[in-house]
Design a binder for this molecule. Sequence first.
Ligand SMILES: [Mg+2]
Length: 239
Amino acid sequence: MAPNHGRRLFLFDIDGTLVDTGGAGLRALRQALPDAFPRLAEGHMPELDLAGSTDSGLVMEVFQACGVPDTPENRDRYFAAYLRHLRANLAVAGESARLLPGVVTLLTALSASGNSAHSTGLLTGNIKEGAAIKVEHFAIASHFAFGAYGDDHHDRDELGPIARDRAGRRFGASIDIARSVVIGDTPKDIRCGKALGARTLGVATGRFSAAELRDFGADTVFETLEETNSVLRALEVTA
Ligand SMILES: [Mg+2]
C-alpha cells in the first residue's frame, strides 16, 4: 500500500474547460460598462484577452482604458451589472451555451470515487458569483466543494495556494499538492498549476491546440475530456 500523502485536489478551470458560454460572458463584460457608468458606451471597451485571465485583472484593464478610478465602489458597481447581464445572457443563450464533451461523465466519476482520497474544486478567473452562475446554469455546481476565484486575486498564479488552503480548512486534512492536478485550456492554467507545484492537464477545447498546450509544458494533454477512462488514468484515479 502506498503511503498516505494526504488528499489530492483536482482543480478545474471553467471557461473553455468545463463549459462554453457561447460568448455570454464576454457580452456581459461589455454590456456592464454603460450600465455601470452611463457616460461610457460598450464601444469604449478595450480589446480583452480573456483566455486564462482573471475578472479582476480584466477590470483593472477596462478601468484604466476607460479612465474609471479603480475603487471598491466602482468595482462593485461594475460587477453587479456584469452579473445581471451574465444571468440574462445565459437565460437566453439556448444551445450556444453548452457543457463541453465528457465533462458530466468525468465529474460524476470523480465525485463517485472521491471520499477522502481526492476532491474536486474550481480554480477560475471568474469572480465567485459569476462562477456560481455558470456552474449552476449547467447543473454541475454540486461537484465543487471549494474553489479559488478571480475576486480573490488578479494574478491567476496566486489562486492555486488559495484553493489549496481552502481545501485544507474545508476537509481538515493535509493536501498532497505534488499529486494534485490543475485542469485547464490555456497556457495561464498550465503556468498557474506549475506555480502551485501541482501537475497540469491541458484540454484543447478552448482557443489553444493540444500541441500549443504541450509546448507550454502541460504534463498531459487531451483534445477533449471525452475519453473518460484515459482522463481518469491520467489523473491516477481508479474508477
Ligand atoms: Mg479557461
